[in-house]
Ligand binder design. Structure first.
Ligand SMILES: [Zn+2]
Length: 268
């Protein structure tokens, strides 16, 4: 009896301490490049040749949201010696390890629809999709003019409940999880701003930048849909980040990923 009481009190204490969202980070693959010039930087400007591919779960008291869904699931397997991309444990298995199934996900939001951000999107088709109207149009009606889009990875989302956004969106209405429109990398690219109670404000970059040096030098990849629009988005997000006093995470930064605690650890 006493044990049960102690357990109940501990549980109450834990839930009271975590009234805001929790952020889980997953390793959803790696990409390596012999030449990084497609990213608008020279091979001399950085010695980084490998990018991390993250997936995130935001566990808010009012619902669970996936932000970015990694490399395609058909790439999952042991890393080959000469591979330029690899993905060792699927996001589905990593979610299962913390007791979450794709059916438990209430919302999905992808920074954009490039193949390395929507790799498991079809698995989350039962969730409500939060997407900029411009990205929806590009992904579903104009994918052929966007070579990094791979429609088979997200065809199931055509049947999902969708909220077509035309700008910023406060997901849970309390300011703790806010989608920020930041077009240019793709027509409806977006970044995510979180207010974590203990960690503080945090901005997840999407592909606003791929490398630390891209942020420093404000360079845009050659494959962006609109370079001038990207620069405007960079300016807006930088101002917003500074005003919020937020930490800024470049999602693809391997150096950053190596310094973070991945799931089952979480940031709150
Ligand atoms: Zn991209």
């Amino acid at each position: 009896m006493r044990k049960i009481l102690v357990a109940t009190i501990t549980l109450l204490f834990v839930s009271a301490a975590n009234a805001g969202p929790k952020l889980y980070i997953f390793d959803c693959g790696h990409l390596s490049f012999a030449d990084v010039s497609n990213f608008g930087i020279t091979n001399e400007e950085t010695d980084v040749r490998e990018l991390f591919v993250p997936c995130y779960l935001i566990d808010h008291p009012d619902g669970k949201m996936i932000w970015d869904a990694g490399l395609p699931l058909d790439m999952v397997g042991p890393r080959q010696a000469d591979a330029t991309s690899w993905y060792e444990e699927s996001i589905i298995d990593q979610l299962a390890a913390i007791g979450v199934s794709p059916r438990d996900i209430d919302y999905t939001a992808y920074s954009h629809f490039h193949y390395d951000h929507v790799g498991a999107a079809n698995e989350f088709a039962s969730a409500t999709l939060l997407i900029q109207e411009t990205e929806y149009h590009a992904a579903f009606y104009d994918a052929e003019s966007n070579p990094v889009f791979r429609p088979p990875l997200y065809t199931e989302l055509a049947n999902s409940t969708k909220v077509l956004l035309q700008g910023d969106h406060d997901v849970f209405g309390d300011g703790s999880v806010v989608i920020i429109s930041a077009p240019g990398h793709t027509p409806g690219h977006q970044v995510l701003k979180l207010e974590l109670e203990n960690f503080g404000p945090l901005v997840l970059s999407g592909d606003l930048y791929h490398f630390e040096v891209s942020r420093m030098l404000r360079r845009t990849p050659v494959f962006n849909t609109d370079a001038a629009e990207t620069l405007r988005s960079m300016n807006r997000v930088e101002v917003l980040t500074q005003e919020a006093g937020a930490t800024f995470w470049i999602e693809h930064s391997l150096e950053l990923a190596n310094s973070l605690n991945l799931s089952p650890y979480y940031y709150d």
